[in-house]
Design a protein. Structure first.
Length: 153
């Protein structure tokens, strides 16, 4: 069972990271199959996944450990923890993705973005790409934390 706030953070963040990784894999295959409309849908799905996971984790913590009321600062910190765990999972997935699944992926990205400095190594490139998950998580966490804070029973 989900027995402590750190455990809820790790479980929720792991589930979020895994679902984002599956979404990234689906985007990869959509590009390979030349199914471009999925890329627009994937952006919306990413936001929905993050909001849902943050809401579920924060609501679970609020209801189990804070008797239905939680301060915004605590909710925000817990949500940031969930986002950080998801960031780590996506980072590890992207390392595997560019090492084994899409070996020519960095070269293709460098060709598209010729004006920027090329990304030569998998680990820094994966760190840069997965950092957007953390930024999305922190930004959306502001709104979810406000909602969970205001949603008093």
């Amino acid at each position: 069972m989900l027995s402590t706030p750190p455990r809820i953070i790790v479980i929720t963040g792991t589930l979020l990271g895994l679902s984002i990784s599956v979404l990234e894999l689906a985007k990869f295959y959509a590009v390979r199959l030349a199914y471009q409309p999925f890329l627009k849908i994937a952006s919306i799905l990413l936001i929905i996944l993050i909001v849902y996971a943050l809401y579920w984790g924060l609501k679970e913590i609020r209801d189990r450990f804070y008797e239905g009321t939680i301060k915004f600062s605590k909710a925000f910190l817990y949500g940031a923890g969930i986002s950080f765990v998801a960031f780590i999972i996506v980072f590890l997935y992207l390392i595997l993705h560019y090492s084994y699944i899409d070996i020519d992926g960095l070269q293709r990205i460098n060709e598209k973005n010729a004006a920027l400095s090329p990304l030569m190594h998998i680990v820094p490139a994966s760190l840069i790409f997965s950092f957007s998950v953390f930024l999305y998580g922190i930004f959306l966490n502001l709104f979810v934390s406000m909602y969970v804070y205001r949603d008093r029973r």
